[in-house]
Design a protein around this ligand. Structure first.
Ligand SMILES: [Cu+2]
Length: 346
């Protein structure tokens, strides 16, 4: 009996501390999809024929090499301050596959949102504005104060919030909206990668970001498409060109909703990998990684032989529904002599 009273007392005090978290649930509405499915969603179903905005343009080639370092100023005590401006929206349409239009929810008009990048110890200040019709927030993984966690402080329509925290720890992290139902806010696209570089920089390499995601275009709680960087099959039709013996570093974040795990398989070579990128010594040498939602890994590899090589989900359903990509490895015309050395790990 004492324990029952304790639980009641604890949960009622929680209400006063985090009222937003309790009232954030919305009542789902029922829709009939074009495939005949009857679905329920708290999101808006936007008919592309009646949509009067511009369809979003998203370029996976540009996204995978684009890092947002923010606006930099140096404070009196020598701390580097990086300021970022992030706006959320939930009213846009993207043609995610030929003829398939999807209502994406965006950070800075993009799914994924911008890749935030800083160096260990930098002060990060994010000016967040919610231009969406629903409440949204920014929840960053990493070490920070509770009030900067973006979980209880939902930002309503037209609202703003300034998040401030130090870039800590070194690694590959992520951020996403944390407003309930979180599943829906993530499935629609409110997430991105967050990189904290060590003060002693990693070895030089060609760097790519791959955010593994999916698209539930008929709202039945299962993905119809899978991808690295949103557009199914994109890097199969647009191979990523690299050279033999060129050092490649891939920042791989799994944010896939609805499926328990995702994976990454590389053909023709093996990679050294760093879970969450938090250590400078690799954890293993493999051609296969399995990740649950929120897991991320830094991969380092190079190719010995030229040719066209796949990388894809080894879960064949995911690869056959879009999560399949390619590297086109060209014979190295230059003499790259920058092989990364690994202490004690081949
Ligand atoms: Cu949201």
């Amino acid at each position: 009996m004492f324990y029952i009273l304790l639980v009641i007392a604890a949960s009622s005090s929680l209400y006063f501390i985090v009222p937003n978290a309790i009232i954030a649930e919305e009542t789902p509405r029922t829709f009939l999809t074009h495939t005949g499915l009857v679905i329920q969603t708290t999101g808006d179903v936007i008919d592309p024929i009646g949509y009067d905005g511009d369809a979003l343009d998203f370029n996976p080639d540009k996204f995978m090499k684009e890092f947002d370092y923010g606006e930099v100023t140096v404070l009196d005590d020598g701390t580097v301050l990086r300021e970022f401006y992030i706006t959320s929206r939930d009213d846009q349409i993207m043609e995610v596959s030929p003829g398939v239009f999807y209502n994406v929810w965006t950070f800075n008009d993009s799914v994924p949102g911008p890749t935030i990048r800083a160096t260990e110890g930098d002060l990060i200040r994010i000016h967040f504005t919610n231009e969406g019709s629903k409440a949204h927030s920014l929840h960053f993984h990493g070490i920070h104060k509770a009030e900067m966690d973006g979980v209880f402080e939902n930002v309503g329509t037209g609202g703003t919030f300034t998040y401030e925290f130090y870039a800590d720890p070194v690694g590959l992290h992520l951020y996403h909206c944390h407003v309930h139902p979180v599943e829906e806010h993530i499935a629609h696209g409110l997430y991105g990668a967050y990189i904290v570089d060590p003060k002693e920089p990693r070895e030089p390499a060609e760097e790519f970001v791959f955010v593994l995601n999916g698209l539930d275009t008929d709202f039945d709680g299962e993905n119809n498409f899978y991808a690295a960087n949103t557009i199914p099959f994109y890097y199969q039709h647009h191979p990523i060109e690299i050279n033999t013996n060129q050092n490649i570093r891939a920042y791989v974040v799994n944010i896939l909703e609805f499926d328990a795990v995702n994976n990454f398989h590389l053909h023709g070579t093996l990679f050294h990998h760093y879970p969450a990128g938090t250590d400078t010594v690799p954890s293993g040498y493999n051609d296969m990684l399995t990740m649950s939602q929120g897991d991320r890994q830094i991969l380092e590899f190079n190719y010995k032989y030229p040719g066209l090589y796949m990388f894809h989900a080894h879960n064949t359903e995911f690869s056959e529904k879009g999560w399949v990509s390619t590297f086109l490895v060209k014979e190295n015309a230059n003499d790259f002599d920058t092989e990364i050395e690994y202490d004690g790990i081949i």
